[in-house]
Design a protein around this ligand. Structure first.
Ligand code: SAH
Length: 249
């Protein structure tokens, strides 16, 4: 059954008029017929099964036949904090990170990030959100990952320090291997942040600030991964270790 995200809609209505972009997909791309079933997710774990009623109009009409709460969210929610970079790299991180099971994306700028402007044009935000939505539909996630606005690394570090949240930081020069960090985490941890450094790495002042904020710096060993590789590989390892890959959602 094909699935679509339609935030805030699924729980209330008996019939559903699909917006034109999804109607287009139903009619022209998937060529679904009247009577076929599709799933509509609200992004927070609820799904409605919809029977298509009228597929000939510009806006496809469907009838809600069943609503249910889908599987529980990931065992652990990962907030992936990654550097603003070239457009293709960011889009790749959003798409693959969603497939792997990242729960929230937080872009940042720091001294060595390729991009130095934290503003995000509405058109770009929309595009990024569409990439996340399509990847979530494709990978059959019931939860839509959140996209936060870009921030300065120093503000993020302040927030981490004041909230006391668990934060892991990938750094090429770190002493502790990731496996050791895993064994220091509480087995019941439900949420954590992960910071991946920019292409040029963190500078010494940033590393000092991070240490002072109480983060756990870790190394992946002697091979240096590209930033965007680390941004996918590390969430996959964390989710595998803490039960979110190979388990439900
Ligand atoms: N020249 C930079 C390399 C940065 S690689 C430097 O020396 O720091 C980009 C980011 O990917 C790093 O900041 C880190 O977050 C992550 N990364 C890549 N390889 C890693 C490794 N072997 N161990 C830990 N983190 C790594």
């Amino acid at each position: 059954m094909h699935r679509f995200f339609l935030e805030g809609q699924v729980l209330r209505q008996e019939t559903l008029l699909f917006p034109s972009n999804i109607s287009h997909q139903i009619r022209h791309v998937l060529r679904l017929q009247q009577g076929e079933l599709v799933g509509v997710l609200d992004g927070s774990g609820w799904m409605a099964v919809i029977e298509l009623q009228d597929v000939d109009k510009k806006q496809v009409l469907g009838r809600v036949v069943e609503r249910s709460e889908t599987e529980p969210a990931s065992a652990v929610c990962i907030n992936l904090i990654f550097p603003l970079s070239r457009r293709e790299k960011i889009e790749w991180i959003l798409q693959k990170g969603t497939e792997v099971g990242v729960s929230a994306f937080q872009p940042y700028i720091s001294r060595r990030t390729l991009a130095q402007d934290a503003s995000l044009k509405p058109s770009r935000r929309e595009r990024w959100q569409a990439i996340i939505r399509e990847a979530a539909e494709q990978s059959r996630r019931a939860f839509l990952p959140e996209l936060h606005s870009p921030m300065d690394l120093s503000s993020i570090v302040n927030e981490i320090q004041s909230s006391g949240q668990t934060c892991l930081v990938a750094d090429v020069g770190a002493q502790q291997p990731l496996g050791e960090v895993f064994s220091s985490l509480s087995p019941s941890i439900s949420e954590l942040s992960l910071i991946v450094g920019p292409e040029g790495g963190f500078d010494e002042v940033e590393l000092d600030d991070l240490r002072e904020a109480g983060v756990k710096l870790f190394s992946l060993g002697s091979r240096v991964l590209r930033m965007e590789t680390a941004a996918i590989v590390v969430p996959a390892l964390i989710l595998y270790e803490l039960g979110g890959l190979g388990a439900s959602e």
